[in-house]
Design a protein around this ligand. Structure first.
Ligand SMILES: CC(=O)SCCNC(=O)CCNC(=O)[C@H](O)C(C)(C)COP(=O)(O)OP(=O)(O)OC[C@H]1O[C@@H](n2cnc3c(N)ncnc32)[C@H](O)[C@@H]1OP(=O)(O)O
Ligand SMILES: CC(C)C(=O)C(=O)O
Ligand SMILES: [Mg+2]
Length: 505
């Protein structure tokens, strides 16, 4: 392995599963392990075999079936843990790794383990020696290393390497470290552990202060050559360092981190994230870096315009290389003409500038009323545009009151050129009252022959499209349509559209 090769150690199935509510069945874990192998991680920590029959079987199953990465099992520095791990890992043969851990910080020594430094040292060394009897590849973790006195940490690391540890892991177990200080600790170990070159230095960061990825990257810069983390950052409490973020930071900012190499297949990242989310039942937050639903979605009109001109104006990662189809430009009230026109083109509409201007103002009105403007909303707007006639009368205002047992009443304000007319009417229902008020202003007397409402899009804020067929006393029935998130408004506009058509005949 070259000096710049970083070992990716995935603990989604062990520390990730410690996240409350993330328990997976053995079958689910096997699926995740197979995908982690396709992703190209170097080590899969498949579980903690002593903790239950289920974990034991699951580690054994993964050790039997998953080829490629090393398969690792966790163990306390206790013979029964080490023996259980060694037994579960048997089928992995040369690809097995055993991971023994013991807390080293003063607070853990004093309160949790009730042991002094020398006892801790002895137990750690014995744990590594015993593990080594079963498996060549032994990792030792000094739990709570970042809160351990550096001199003691250096001494214990030196001793476990002497005892045969091939990887020494420096966990920030409680997410207490900050990047500069954590990097200094790693440098300190390189400077003070005489046999440090005989083992790989690893880091394992938790996210209690939201610094797990930053701390991991700082440690890599300081010389750590194994990084531990989980997919989607799931894990105990606030989680572990998100591996996909570390990998993409190293890939995107090679200028800042040096040419660090990994065996990761970038195109498998999104698929892995989605599988872990489904199997663990833990949704990925929308704005999560790299794999969140919004990670490549640009909503602001200025950004959308920039992306359409050159993707790199607002994107530092090409989403396709990690498995996304493409960047997304969702249409919302924040979108501008560039994004609207682009979407309309994708839907197959080549419109004149004036038509786009008309649709744009209606589009903004819809955007004000609902979160997203969907393709069906746009199609409905375009159809309205295509069947639009010169508006003799334009609707300025409509107020309709309906109360149970009372008489529906509508007040309508219409613009005709420079003039504005207001009138009111009662009716058999809200729509009837509004149409009669329109008739009073326009002098037309339409008879509604057909009236149809359909929902164009889904959800409570769906656009309703109203189609009317109206007889104005001529032989021809006039058909007109309008759409709005408010069905009553769509009804009045559809009727007024029919009136305007009748006036042109
Ligand atoms: C930072 C980490 O993520 S560490 C991994 C955490 N993962 C887990 O805890 C996995 C789930 N755990 C379990 O199922 C259980 O806790 C078990 C099976 C491991 C142990 O269960 P129990 O025997 O009932 O012990 P319990 O959980 O109550 O306490 C832990 C014991 O392990 C001891 N212990 C903790 N770490 C170590 C260690 N690295 N080496 C040796 N002993 C240890 C504690 O001192 C305590 O022993 P004590 O009861 O003599 O004081
Ligand atoms: C077992 C160790 C590596 C751990 O998960 C931690 O310290 O966070
Ligand atoms: Mg951990």
């Amino acid at each position: 392995m070259t000096q710049n090769r970083l070992i990716i150690f995935d603990t989604t199935l062990r520390d990730g599963e410690q996240c409350p509510g993330a328990s997976m069945t053995s079958r689910q874990k096997l699926e995740v392990a197979k995908q982690l192998a396709r992703l190209g991680v170097d080590v899969i920590e498949a579980g903690f075999p002593v903790i239950s029959q289920g974990d034991f079987e699951s580690v054994r199953e993964i050790a039997t079936q998953v080829k490629g990465p090393k398969i690792c099992g966790l163990a306390r520095c206790l013979p029964k843990d080490i023996e259980a791990a060694a037994s579960a890992l048997e089928a992995a043969g040369e690809a097995a790794r055993i991971h023994v851990f013991l807390a080293t910080s003063q607070i853990h020594r004093k309160y949790k383990l009730a042991k002094d430094e020398e006892e801790i040292m002895r137990i750690a060394v014995e744990g590594v020696r015993l593990a080594k009897r079963y498996i060549k590849d032994v990792e030792f973790s000094a739990e709570d290393a970042s809160r351990t006195e550096p001199e003691f940490l250096a001494r214990i690391i030196q001793k476990v390497i002497e005892a045969g540890a091939t990887t020494v892991n420096i966990p920030d177990t409680v997410g207490y470290a900050v990047p500069e200080e954590f990097a200094s600790l790693i440098r300190y170990l390189f400077d003070h552990v005489q046999n440090i070159d005989k083992a790989v230095v690893s880091v394992h960061c938790h996210n209690d202060l939201g610094l797990a990825v930053s701390n991991s990257l700082a440690a890599i810069k300081a010389g750590a050559r194994q990084v531990e983390g989980t997919i989607n950052g799931i894990g105990e409490r606030a989680g572990n360092a998100a591996l996909e973020e570390i990998i993409m930071a190293l890939h995107t900012r090679a200028d800042a981190f040096g040419k660090i190499e990994t065996g990761i297949q970038l195109k498998e990242i999104l698929r892995t994230s989605r599988l872990v989310s489904r199997m663990s039942g833990l949704a990925v937050q929308r704005n999560k870096a790299v794999v969140g639903e919004n990670a490549f979605a640009h909503a602001a009109g200025i950004h959308q315009d920039g992306i359409l001109k050159k993707r790199e104006t607002y994107e530092i990662i090409d989403p396709k290389i990690i498995g996304w189809e493409q960047s997304e430009l969702p249409l919302t009230k924040h979108s501008g003409r560039a994004a609207l026109e682009n979407r309309l083109k994708l839907l197959g509409f080549e419109l004149e500038k004036e038509e786009i201007d008309n649709i744009f103002s209606q589009f903004k009105e819809i955007g004000d009323k609902k979160k997203f403007v969907y393709d069906d909303d746009l199609i409905s707007l375009v159809e309205g545009q295509m069947t639009r006639v010169k508006e003799t009368y334009e609707l300025e205002y409509a107020a309709v009151t309906v109360c149970s047992g009372g008489i529906p009443m509508a007040t309508i304000k219409l613009r005709h050129g420079e003039e504005v007319f207001v009138d009111a009417s009662t009716g058999d229902g809200a729509v009837d009252a509004a149409m009669k008020a329109v008739d009073r202003i326009t002098g037309q007397h339409g008879h509604l022959v057909e009236y149809e409402v359909k929902s164009v899009t889904e959800g409570k804020d769906a656009i309703g499209e109203v189609t009317v067929k109206v007889n104005f006393g001529s032989k021809h029935l006039i058909t007109a349509k309008a759409a709005s998130t408010d069905v009553l408004e769509a009804s009045i506009k559809a009727y007024l559209n029919a009136v305007n058509k009748a006036l042109l005949l």
